[in-house]
Write a new protein. Structure first.
Length: 202
């Protein structure tokens, strides 16, 4: 069977990671998230160097900063460089050339734009839905959830714009966009599975 890759972009607070992991499990393929950044660092020869914010390794006194450090993995200011972008592109394409898989974030849709075996998915939801989900999932107040979502969205948007020149929610390069307010995690997985069947006969 021909190799295929599902890339998943998302807005923060959409249960997107759960969708990606469940999808990969149903397809019996690897799920790549932070590993894409880690492999890029190895490729650059910086896997033992503090390319990320060294403060993240210290105990967090501020709950908000703890979550920001957790979710901005790979998009801190110290990661902005042409060498880092090229390394990430190399790693993502190398994996796509080798195996079928699900890739989460890291501008994978952009790096695989010329791959006819890639299905690029974007998950989104209204702000109020995301705010409620983040508040419930991470035991935060609605006010703190709002601050966190806006902060993470801004970080990820800036990184995506830096790499691709497009806004993170733009339709360019996206094949399937799902409003997670309207579908459960399992339903979203089924929608993506159905699209894979139509596109690649998976």
């Amino acid at each position: 069977m021909k190799k295929f890759v599902v890339t998943i972009g998302r807005e923060f607070g959409c249960s997107a990671s759960e969708v990606g992991r469940k999808l990969a499990a149903k397809l019996d393929v690897n799920f790549y998230e932070k590993e894409l950044v880690e492999r890029s660092l190895v490729y650059m020869g910086k896997d033992n160097q503090p390319i990320f914010n060294p403060e993240r390794k210290k105990p967090e006194k501020d709950l908000m900063h703890h979550f920001i450090n957790e979710f901005d993995y790979g998009v801190t200011g110290t990661y902005y460089s042409e060498a880092a972008v090229k390394a990430q592109a190399f790693v993502i394409r190398q994996i796509a050339n080798t195996e079928s898989c699900v890739m989460f974030g890291r501008c994978a849709d952009y790096f695989l734009a010329d791959y006819d075996n890639a299905l690029n998915v974007f998950l989104y939801a209204p702000f109020a839905y995301r705010q409620q989900h983040v508040s419930s999932a991470y035991n935060l107040t609605l006010k703190d959830s709002e601050k966190l979502i806006k902060k993470i969205d801004k970080m990820r948007h800036n990184w995506y714009k830096y790499v691709t020149g497009h806004g993170r929610g733009a339709r360019a390069g996206r094949h399937l966009m799902i409003n997670m307010e309207k579908f459960t995690v399992d339903e979203a997985v089924e929608i993506i599975m159905g699209s894979l069947m139509l596109k690649f006969n998976v």
